[in-house]
Design a protein around this ligand. Structure first.
Ligand SMILES: Cc1cc2nc3c(=O)[nH]c(=O)nc-3n(C[C@H](O)[C@H](O)[C@H](O)COP(=O)(O)OP(=O)(O)OC[C@H]3O[C@@H](n4cnc5c(N)ncnc54)[C@H](O)[C@@H]3O)c2cc1C
Length: 52
């Protein structure tokens, strides 16, 4: 596979950049060392609603 753009990280910034590149027709790959949107998953797991 040949590509001119490599985005490092599939978090907020990486996925937003990937979207813009796709809209502009720029071929690219996103390299993520963990799971896509990994930081959001851990943030969601850390969220504890407080009531009362
Ligand atoms: C407790 C907490 C609560 C938050 N609440 C909010 C909120 O309510 N609203 C809000 O807007 N923001 C919130 N934020 C901030 C928000 O999570 C971050 O600003 C946002 O995730 C940053 O996005 P990013 O793409 O720059 O980095 P990240 O989301 O961290 O993504 C970076 C990605 O790059 C990958 N990566 C890193 N190094 C490499 C490598 N060498 N090779 C391959 N992949 C790599 C990581 O695995 C990761 O998936 C919160 C943050 C914290 C800690």
């Amino acid at each position: 596979m040949r590509t001119t753009v490599v985005v490092i990280g599939g978090g907020y910034a990486g996925l937003a950049m990937s979207r813009h590149l796709a809209v502009c027709g720029v071929g690219h790959v996103v390299l993520e060392r963990g799971a896509v949107a990994q930081s959001w998953r851990s943030l969601a797991a850390a969220a504890h609603p407080r009531t009362g």
